[in-house]
Design a binder for this molecule. Structure first.
Ligand SMILES: [Ca+2]
Ligand SMILES: [Ca+2]
Length: 203
């Protein structure tokens, strides 16, 4: 019976151990975007969620989408490090942060950040997307060494006057919230029942 239990448990583990994207339930600014006299705002932010966690990343240079007052996907900060607190529905063991930002090579003062700090953990220097000016860029940061938490304080260390960000995507090592016990329990019981039946037939 112990071996059957171990086998059933093994069969269940792959479904419970897959990495998963978790969305924050809210975020707030400790360093607000530049909204005075510019259009580079968090256009859908309602005090809880907005453009930084809506699943939409910028795919081009910011100028056609955000320039001249257009409500594009980017949120811009001028001469300050973006500082944002993200909150989640429960405690997670996070594994990865993917940040979409503009690598503008300093054109019009817009450029890649130097590094990112998450709950005190600082990334290596960001290297950007080569020598050509091509706008949007995803950078991936390993945050698997952080202690399990339900809040992440993110500081983006600016490299130029303007820092343009469009999306934060957080992943967890284990999809604990995706496999609730009521869904897993019947599977376990069915597995144990089937194994017991096989054993009975063999003997
Ligand atoms: Ca977005
Ligand atoms: Ca915007």
């Amino acid at each position: 019976m112990l071996r059957s239990l171990a086998l059933a448990a093994t069969l269940l583990i792959p479904a419970a151990a897959q990495a998963a994207v978790v969305s924050p339930t809210s975020y707030m600014y400790y360093a607000a975007p530049n909204s005075s006299g510019s259009a580079y705002e968090d256009d859908t932010y309602n005090g809880t969620l907005g453009q930084l966690a809506d699943g939409i990343s910028a795919t081009t240079d910011w100028q056609p989408t955000d320039g001249f007052g257009a409500p594009g996907p980017n949120v811009g900060w001028l001469n300050v490090n973006p500082l944002i607190l993200f909150s989640f529905d429960t405690v997670y063991q996070f594994s990865e942060l993917v940040l979409n930002l503009q690598d503008g090579k300093g054109i019009a003062g817009v450029g890649l950040a130097d590094s990112i700090t998450v709950n005190g953990l600082t990334s290596p220097m960001l290297t950007g997307n080569g020598t050509a000016f091509s706008g949007a860029w995803d950078v991936t940061m390993d945050i698997s060494s952080l202690a399990p938490t339900s809040t992440l304080m993110v500081e983006v260390h600016r490299g130029f006057q303007w820092t343009f960000l469009s999306e934060f995507t957080f992943s967890t090592a284990e999809a604990t919230a995706e496999v609730p016990l009521p869904a897993g329990l019947p599977l376990l019981l069915a597995g144990l029942g089937g194994l017991a039946l096989i054993r009975r037939r063999k003997s």
